[in-house]
Design a protein around this ligand. Structure first.
Ligand SMILES: [Fe+2]
Ligand SMILES: [Fe+2]
Length: 183
């Protein structure tokens, strides 16, 4: 995979989820969509910060200022995402906060796609871009596996709601199986 195609594809996925959020008036659905957006944005930012931006900086000093600005934009988005995560989707400020976060993301994505990515693709060879794409793909899979690991607590909460007996001594896999059977 080409690095820029991979990142652009992820931008598109987030935009689609944001549009679905805007079209929804159910708190439950909004929470679910926001949770997906937050997870996808965090993974995406990690790939850029760990792999893509450092490679772009190495490719040319003239990208340095842009990338430093991009890092600050990631930071501001992350601050808002952290706040959202701690909020109830029924809160009157929830949707507004989500939309402000998505405006920040839109602005950032536009700068990347209009300015940074074209410059990086001029500076790096196709081989190098593919190499970075593969590295990011691999890292993405790892991040997704890590994210799944964190859900034992969530599975436990579901098991509690379903009143599954013996849940407190179950492993994550046992919890997942029990929840699946009960569901
Ligand atoms: Fe970015
Ligand atoms: Fe990006």
């Amino acid at each position: 995979v080409d690095a820029i195609e991979l990142l652009t594809g992820q931008h598109g996925q987030v935009t689609e989820l944001v549009e679905r959020f805007q079209g929804s008036d159910s708190d439950e659905e909004r929470l679910q969509l926001a949770t997906q957006v937050i997870a996808q944005l965090r993974a995406h930012a990690t790939l850029e910060e760990e792999i893509f931006y450092p490679a772009a900086r190495e490719a040319g000093d003239e990208l340095e200022d842009d990338i430093l600005e991009d890092l600050e934009e990631h930071h501001v988005v992350e601050v808002v995402l952290d706040e959202l995560e701690g909020m109830d989707p029924g809160d009157e400020r929830y949707a507004a906060k989500f939309l402000v976060a998505s405006e920040l993301v839109d602005h950032h994505v536009e700068e990347e796609e209009q300015e940074l990515f074209p410059r990086v693709s001029r500076l790096l060879s196709d081989d190098r871009l593919r190499e970075l794409g593969s590295a990011m793909q691999e890292r993405h899979e790892q991040l997704q596996a890590d994210a799944e690991d964190k859900t034992k607590e969530e599975l436990y909460e579901v098991a509690q709601d379903l009143d599954i007996p013996g849940r407190s001594s179950m492993s994550k896999r046992q919890l997942a199986d029990a929840v699946r059977r009960a569901g």
